[in-house]
Design a protein around this ligand. Structure first.
Ligand code: ADP
Ligand code: ZN
Length: 758
């Protein structure tokens, strides 16, 4: 017996399946998708790998006897059963072609961490060494990194948490934890974990409402598509409906039909922790058939959920981006809710988009792909226009109140100091009215912290991070009893104390400019001392249950105001909210890249859509300086089509996706000259390849330039951009150079049609 094994952790140079023979005693136990240990090169220890194929006898017969006797044998089985399915192996092949990753990097992305390591159920935990000492450190601002603070806050009321969970929740790396262990803040211990059955969440079965005509029409078309074969073509639909128009209800009822027909269903959402309501709604319809996958699951929970899906016990999977890889069988439908959200695109290798993977899987299963959005991405809307997907529309809101009214508040001329520069008089009046009627409000300010910049009024110097080319953001220390502030780098987490005088000119003229969630919270508390403010941003949601706890305070009316960053704009359905305030709209609409308008348009409409969801009419107040902004006007008119036309024309003119494709290669290194040289070398090799192969002639190569964030975490950053109409050719061209040029000390990242241009 001969098997093909792809080595785990191989770089692309060794990234091909290698042949191994199988000792007789293992033959019976071996299946495709299992992990095995194999000898490789001069390594002493066995190298782990995935069995990707077992050769048929006829194929083995072709192999010469000499070659057979040269083959090395598999040393051991690392897993008793397959950890990846055949489908996942096929996906990995596709991903390798598209995303500059190795075969095993693709597979590693698909597996929950627990399954990709050998045996054992010991889990590494961490806890604080001395809670009181840590409390004191927090209060006196003794930590030098915000990452250290997040870890401490996370553990302060816990006996200990799994290391993997701490890393995910506090968004820190191993090295941060190691530093904390070295500083005797943290200690690591192991726990023998028992595999417990999944917690049975109590749920009450809720009956589905009768659909409105527009919903019914969409459902009928979709049901029909589910029943008929696509004959090898993708069955893709785009459900465009304003917030509250009943899209989710269509997913749910279509899902029910598919379950009855014996199929399984995948529902992807941008970030599941933010939408406990969605989770509840799905559970209340489907009960125990549901497996929910999200980033805050413990490893055991994740493992169990994965097993239930693989066994076919859970026929509905709900989860964020990576859930698209769940080993669900017999898929009838994949839903991408809020398909325009950037979280569907992975920012690390492999840089896939969940919709791409969903398309591949839908083709393999002959399943329907349903994208849903109130503000479709330009990409998806253009696909519908081109006939590559079918557009379904829900034009009306379900609730009696209809669309909210939108008032644009011109902030020009408002004195920059004082509370009304944050909460305008008109918004204040609206809030006063709402509270007098016992209604609630939501306030969006998409910037966390206290102030946006600290600037010297005398020389104009802006305080920046010593390791990154970015301005520092001032934050209040919430643990301190006195009002104390610190400066924080939002990119590397470093903390700085505010200098007594300007480091550039020495004058005592440092001033804070702009505001973030913390300052808005203060302003609201001053204006409405009795209302109660629930603040939701990255800083208040480190703990596992914190999202749910904050939303609970709002749902039970303990807080009249829900204030937060974009987190609050998504999916929430609070019928008692009648006023939505959107602060600093200028900042939402102007960003560094070609998607800025799309993001701003969708975020503002999304947030506005939180008002007036029940029977009470909603009122939205948008505060802005540039009241003439074209996108803003389209938002106020609720005119998606006008927005699409403008944005599409702009992207066509400048050659941006989906009308042209972009490949960005980002180089980063500790030495500036080395980094630049590496980028130039890559550029030269691309040019040579272009001269050699005619097929690349139509692609454009732009010169090497500094990245917009030219230094980050002490690394210099350069980039080069390629453009062209054929995405596959761009990928091929870049891979040709990427696979041949060694990396050395300068690392590089390649992204096709990126979501972040920084
Ligand atoms: P969307 O996903 O487009 O934001 P939802 O599906 O959440 O819209 O619907 C908005 C609200 O209307 C929800 O509270 C939902 O329960 C309710 N709803 C949806 N469809 C119907 C219907 N056909 N009849 C009554 N209520 C409905
Ligand atoms: Zn920094």
């Amino acid at each position: 017996m001969i098997v093909k094994v792809a080595l785990s952790g191989a770089n692309r140079a060794f990234d091909q399946p290698f042949d191994y023979c199988v000792p007789v005693e293992l033959e019976k136990k071996l299946q495709v998708g299992q992990m095995v240990g194999v000898p490789f090169g001069h390594r002493k220890k066995a190298t782990p790998g995935y069995v990707v194929a077992i050769l048929e006898d006829s194929e083995v017969a072709d192999t010469s006897q000499d070659k057979k006797s040269e083959l090395k044998a598999i040393e051991s089985l690392l897993t008793k059963t397959p950890v990846v399915t055949n489908e996942q192996l096929r996906l990995a092949v596709e991903m390798r072609k598209r995303y500059f990753c190795s075969f095993s990097q693709a597979l590693d992305t698909m597996l929950p961490p627990r399954i990709s390591v050998k045996g054992g159920v010991k889990t590494r935990y961490a806890r604080l060494v001395d809670r009181d000492a840590v409390l004191e450190m927090l209060e006196t601002d003794a930590f030098r990194s915000q990452g250290h603070i997040r870890v401490s806050e996370l553990l302060i009321d816990q006996e200990g948490l799994p290391v993997a969970e701490i890393k995910a929740a506090a968004d820190v790396t191993d090295s941060v934890l190691q530093t904390l262990v070295k500083n005797e803040v943290l200690e690591i211990f192991s726990v023998e974990e028992e595999r417990k059955a999944p917690e049975v969440v109590p749920y009450e079965k809720v009956k589905a409402p009768a659909l409105r005509p527009a919903q019914k029409k969409a459902l009928d078309i979709l049901e029909d598509a589910c029943r008929t074969s696509g004959e090898g073509r993708l069955k893709e639909y785009l459900l465009h409906g304003v917030t509250g128009s009943g899209k989710t209800e269509v997913y749910l009822q279509l899902g029910e039909k598919l379950l009855q027909a014996g199929k399984s269903v995948m529902v992807l959402v941008p970030e599941i922790a933010l939408t406990p309501q969605m989770e509840q709604r799905i559970r209340s319809r489907f009960g125990l058939d549901v497996a929910i996958l999200h980033s805050r699951l413990t490893l055991t929970e994740r493992y169990e959920a994965w097993q239930r899906i693989a066994r076919g016990d859970a026929k509905i999977v709900v989860g964020a981006r990576s859930a698209v890889f769940a080993p669900l069988k017999n898929i009838g439908l994949i839903v991408l809710d809020e398909e325009h959200e950037a979280t569907y695109k992975s920012g690390i290798k492999p840089r896939y988009h969940a919709a791409d993977i969903a398309r591949l899987r839908c083709l393999m299963h002959d399943a329907v792909l349903l994208l849903g959005s109130a503000t479709p991405s330009v990409e998806s809307y253009q696909r519908a226009r081109d006939g590559r997907s079918t557009l379904l529309t829900l034009p009306e809101r379900i609730g009696r109140a209809g669309r909210p009214t939108i008032t644009l508040v011109d902030m020009k001329g408002v004195p920059k100091k004082g509370i009304h520069a944050i909460i305008s008089e008109s918004l204040q009046d609206a809030l006063t009215d709402a509270f007098s009627r016992d209604e609630q409000a939501m306030i969006l300010i998409n910037r966390r912290g206290h102030a946006r910049l600290t600037i010297c009024q005398s020389c104009g110097h802006v305080l920046t991070c010593g390791s990154c080319e970015v301005a520092l953001i001032s934050h209040l220390n919430v643990h301190s009893k006195v009002q104390s502030k610190r400066l924080l780098c939002h990119h590397c987490d470093r903390i700085y104390q505010k200098p007594p005088a300007c480091p550039s000119c020495g004058e005592d003229q440092l001033q804070e400019v702009g505001y973030g969630t913390q300052q808005v919270e203060d302003a609201l508390n001053t204006l409405f001392p009795a209302a109660g403010v629930a603040r939701m941003d990255q800083d208040t949601t480190v703990r596992r249950q914190s999202h749910a706890a904050i939303l609970e305070r709002f749902a039970t009316d303990e807080a009249k105001i829900l204030l937060g960053t974009q987190m609050i704009a998504k999916g929430h359905d609070f019928p008692n909210v009648t006023v939505v305030g959107i602060l600093s709209a200028d900042q939402l609409l102007n960003g560094d890249d070609f998607r800025a308008a799309e993001r701003g348009f969708s975020l503002i409409l999304q947030a506005a859509g939180r008002a007036g969801r029940g029977s009470l009419p909603g009122h939205v107040y948008i505060q802005a300086y540039n009241t003439e902004d074209a996108t803003l006007k389209q938002v106020i008119a609720h005119d998606y089509d006008a927005f699409f036309e403008t944005d599409a024309a702009y992207r066509k003119r400048l050659g941006y996706p989906p009308y042209s494709h972009l490949g960005i290669v980002l180089f980063s290194g500790h030495k500036e000259d080395e980094t630049k040289k590496a980028a130039e070398q890559f550029h030269k090799l691309l040019q040579e390849a272009k001269a050699r192969y005619e097929k690349y002639a139509g692609l454009t190569l732009l010169p090497v330039a500094k990245a917009p964030l030219s230094r980050l975490r002490n690394r210099y950053r350069y980039r080069l951009i390629v453009k062209g109409e054929n995405r596959q050719l761009i990928t091929e061209w870049l891979a040709l150079v990427d696979d041949t040029m060694p990396t050395g000390l300068v690392s590089r990242a390649i992204d096709i049609d990126p979501y972040s241009m920084l």
